[in-house]
Structure formats: structure tokens, C-alpha cells
Design a protein around this ligand. Structure first.
Ligand code: SF4
Length: 280
């Protein structure tokens, strides 16, 4: 069996919401791939994907090139505000068709803001990490590092007992910062800030940190979430290796504002979404 980390965090660990998302590995050929296209189902998703892509483009460069690329991307982003036109560098990063079929100026301006904010948060985190003595200019950064699949040795496959079945966890970490024996799991977040969203981001980061702790036992692991609404743009997240313990009874519910993203939001008796709609 396998489960996507994003499906667990999206439901804030609600067992009833998560149970139908448990998949049988034998029903899929190989590991299902993550969709890396920038255009998402909604404008908010598209803007979030764009910000991820821009930040990953800058930070994935080797340390000696990173400052120069950061400056070039920052200049290109700033030119959007002034010219209300897509600069060629950003178009190269996001793909020629990024603005196709969209309300051009609106998507461009919203994307500019999110890209700039998330890039500032990420550079601020890098500055913080570089305070570790000897690490300045030496952090290697990987984007979309998988916790499953070919890159993970067979003895380090990360799995948990979920609803009585041994379950493989699938997911890709937005950014992994590595220096010496340090490995930092960083999740990039966009959109309007809300405390309930922060809890779901923390759960996702806890799971990824626990996975890295298992896969790379010699590393010192830390988890961090990044969002413009957090002080300094980032926040540490403590690791919890017992996060799956509550996924034992599929009848249990954890209602909350995350219910709005659950497929059972209209049928589940405990649904926060249903209760709120009945009050209105
Ligand atoms: S609607 Fe809410 S409480 Fe009900 S299953 Fe979904 S996430 Fe859980």
C-alpha cells in the first residue's frame, strides 16, 4: 500500500478523510509521478507553482553561481511591476505558455508578488543557515527530492503501519539544504496565511523530516516551513516520529477548516464545511 504525504497533510491527519486515499501499489505500474506542470487547476495553484519554480530555479544553482542568478531573477521580477510584461528570463523558467488563456495582467502581477515574496523568504533562510560556522557559500540545495523510488536504497524505504497495513509514503520535498552532516527539509508555501493552514504545513514537514531521519540516519535533520506571513519568512518545525499512530481507526475524524478540501465534505457528519454551510 502507499499514501501520498500531501494527502495526509491536506486532511490534517483525519483518518476518515485519508482512508480512501490509501492505494494499492500493485494497481499502478511503478511509482506514480508528481505533476510538475506550472499551470494548476486554479489561479492560486498556478501562482503557487510559479513561485515554487522560480525559487527552485535560483536555489538549485551551485553556491558559487547562486548570488548572480538570484540578482538576475530579482531584477527580472522587479521589471514585471514596472513594465507589466513577462521578462524573457521568467518566461524561460515558467514556460512560454504560462500566461496563455489567463487574464494576462492579473496573473502576471499576482505571480510577481508571490515569486518575489517566496524568493525573499528562501534567501532569508539561506542567510540564517549560513550563520553555521564554516557553511557560508557551501550549502548544496536540491529541489523536489523524493522520499520514495529509485533514489532511496531498499533497506531505507520509509513506511509506517497505517490502518493495519504496512504503507509506503510517497512525496517530494520542495527544497533540501545540505551542508556537512546537516540536512534541512524546507517546504515552500504561498497564498493567504491562516493558522489552520500552518498546522497542515507543519504536519507535512514533520512527516518529511521523519522520513529523512529514517533514510539518512547519519544526518542531523531539521524541518522548516517558508511563507511570507511567518516572522522572518520561515519557521522551524519539530520532528514527530509518532505522527502515524493516530491512523489506526478509519472511523475517527479530525474536523476543521481543512474539511473544505476533503472529497467527503458534503457526506461526512462531522464535516466542518457542512456545519458552516448549514449555519449560513
Ligand atoms: S470532512 Fe473533515 S472530518 Fe469528515 S472525513 Fe473529511 S476531513 Fe475528516
Amino acid at each position: 500500500m502507499y499514501l501520498r504525504v500531501s494527502d495526509i497533510s491536506k486532511h490534517y491527519g483525519c483518518p476518515k478523510g485519508i482512508k480512501p486515499l490509501l492505494r494499492n501499489l500493485s494497481e499502478v505500474s511503478g511509482y506514480p509521478e508528481v505533476d510538475y506542470s506550472v499551470r494548476g487547476g486554479t489561479e492560486a495553484l498556478t501562482i503557487g507553482n510559479a513561485a515554487h519554480r522560480v525559487v527552485q530555479y535560483v536555489l538549485e544553482n551551485p553556491p558559487e553561481k547562486r548570488d548572480k542568478i538570484h540578482e538576475e531573477v530579482q531584477d527580472a521580477l522587479n521589471s514585471i511591476k514596472q513594465d507589466v510584461r513577462m521578462p524573457s528570463l521568467i518566461s524561460e523558467i515558467l514556460g512560454e505558455d504560462f500566461l496563455t488563456g489567463a487574464i494576462h495582467d492579473q496573473l502576471l502581477m499576482s505571480s510577481w508578488k508571490e515569486c518575489r515574496n517566496l524568493l525573499d523568504c528562501s534567501i532569508s533562510l539561506l542567510g540564517f543557515l549560513e550563520d553555521i560556522p564554516g557553511s557560508e557559500g557551501k550549502w548544496e540545495i536540491k529541489a523536489e527530492m523524493k522520499i520514495h523510488g529509485e533514489g532511496v536504497s531498499s533497506e531505507n524505504v520509509y513506511q509506517k503501519n497505517i490502518f493495519g497495513s504496512t504503507t509506503l509514503l510517497h512525496g517530494s520535498i520542495d527544497l533540501v539544504f545540505e551542508y556537512d552532516h546537516y540536512l534541512i527539509v524546507a517546504e515552500l508555501k504561498t497564498g493567504v496565511f491562516a493558522e489552520w493552514k500552518k498546522k497542515t504545513w507543519e504536519l507535512q514537514t514533520q512527516i518529511y523530516s521523519d522520513a529523512c531521519n529514517f533514510i539518512y540516519p547519519d544526518k542531523k535533520i531539521a524541518g522548516i516551513i517558508l511563507h511570507k506571513g511567518l516572522i522572518d519568512g520561515y519557521n522551524p518545525v519539530s520532528r514527530d516520529s509518532h505522527w502515524a499512530d493516530s491512523l489506526d481507526d478509519s472511523g475517527k475524524t479530525i474536523p476543521g477548516e481543512h474539511c473544505q478540501y476533503c472529497d467527503q465534505k458534503l457526506s461526512c457528519n462531522d464535516s466542518w464545511f457542512k456545519q458552516i454551510n448549514s449555519i449560513r
